[in-house]
Design a protein around this ligand. Structure first.
Ligand code: PEP
Ligand code: MN
Length: 351
């Protein structure tokens, strides 16, 4: 349910509505617009509440939200959420490109990759230090040592860092080094983890689960938003279907549909969607053509020697080509690549 305030409602009137919502035993979530503000009411709302809140000073109307996800829905917030990190804006209409290794392996490789991502015009460095692997015997990441390598690459290149957190107990540690916390596909419905990143002071990128429906995905985002963390980015990374010729099936229609249902930014991951480096560029361009706010792509200086996902990793040269073609396509569509952020330690402080 949302309480729509009258145009020009005063701060006192909004405060009065928030107080009343809390006194009735609900959680309040204000969305303050330039012209009009709304206050979302969270909890088990009942029909009489429409009248109880409707009579308060400064209230224009009280509207029930038809979707099961509330804070994630456009009904509650018609304005696009823009996530700002280290001088980069995600969701403002421009295209943001994130690139880097699947797994962080050596300090040297991370640095080479980070420089290549920066020089190609990429915006954000990706890299996994805690890796979700199907087999417990596969390489599972360097942990904190890997986070330190990412932080060193940020300090040198100025690129903000995105990295996965797999366990609610590690959120604080990962947030110490990362600019964006990644929730992997396998954890889309790890509710304890979603609760924890919802309380973290870092933006969160939530990947779609292997068999997550769009409604389940937006409800997962709702967990994070309901704790007060408004900086959520969605990532379509392909879903599991009967087709085995590609690693997953990229659900391109999810992009415009999510944009219609939600105000949250959405980016595409053509690497995990396809599993093959030569399919990455066409699927990346399809994601942008469908309206994605950006891309996350795996890059490795020597894909044949990557510790995970080498077959879908681009060389730095192919990543640079992809960024250029993304720019060309974005411009053809009246958009552009986003400006890159500020450099070095400043990138972290600004985020
Ligand atoms: C990854 O980004 O390296 C990853 C493991 O992705 P996903 O969770 O989409 O499989
Ligand atoms: Mn990977």
């Amino acid at each position: 349910m949302i309480v729509v305030m009258k145009t020009g409602a005063t701060e006192e009137q909004i405060a009065g509505v928030r107080k009343a919502i809390k006194e009735l035993g609900f959680k309040d979530h204000p969305i303050l617009g330039e012209e009009r503000s709304v206050v979302a009411v969270l909890g088990h709302v009942y029909p009489e509440l429409v009248d109880e809140l409707g009579v308060l000073d400064g209230v224009d109307s009280v509207v029930r939200i038809s979707k099961p996800f509330k804070l994630a829905s456009r009904e509650v917030n018609p304005f696009n959420t823009v996530v700002r990190v280290g001088g980069v804006s995600i969701g403002d209409g421009n295209v943001v490109v994130m690139g880097g290794p699947c797994s962080v392996d050596t300090e040297e490789n991370v640095m080479i990759t980070a420089r290549a991502v920066r020089d190609a015009g990429g915006h954000i460095l990706r890299g996994g230090a805690f890796k979700p692997r199907s087999s417990p015997y596969a390489f599972r990441g360097h942990g904190e040592k890997g986070l330190k390598m990412l932080a060193a690459a940020r300090d040198e290149t100025g690129l903000p860092v995105i990295t996965e957190v797999m366990d609610a107990r590690d959120v604080e540690l990962v947030a110490k080094y990362a600019d964006i916390l990644q929730i992997g596909a396998r954890n889309m419905q790890n509710f304890a983890l979603l609760d924890e990143v919802g309380k973290a002071a870092r933006p969160v990128m939530l990947k779609r689960g292997l068999s997550g429906t769009i409604e389940e995905w937006l409800l997962a985002a709702e967990y994070i938003l309901s704790h007060g963390n408004r900086d959520v980015i969605l990532c379509e990374r392909g879903i599991r279907t009967f087709e085995t010729a590609t690693r997953n099936t990229f659900d391109v229609s999810a992009i415009p549909l999510v944009k219609r249902l939600s105000h949250l930014p959405i980016i595409g991951d053509p690497s995990h969607a396809t599993g093959a480096w030569y399919l990455v560029e066409p699927v990346a361009l399809a994601a942008i053509a469908a309206g994605a706010d950006g891309l996350i792509v795996e890059v490795h200086p020597e894909p044949d020697h990557a510790l995970s996902d080498g077959a879908q990793s681009l060389t730095p040269e192919n990543f640079a080509k992809l960024v250029e073609r993304t720019r060309t396509l974005a411009q053809a569509l009246g958009r552009d690549l986003a400006p890159t952020g500020v450099t070095g330690e400043k990138a972290r402080k600004a985020s």
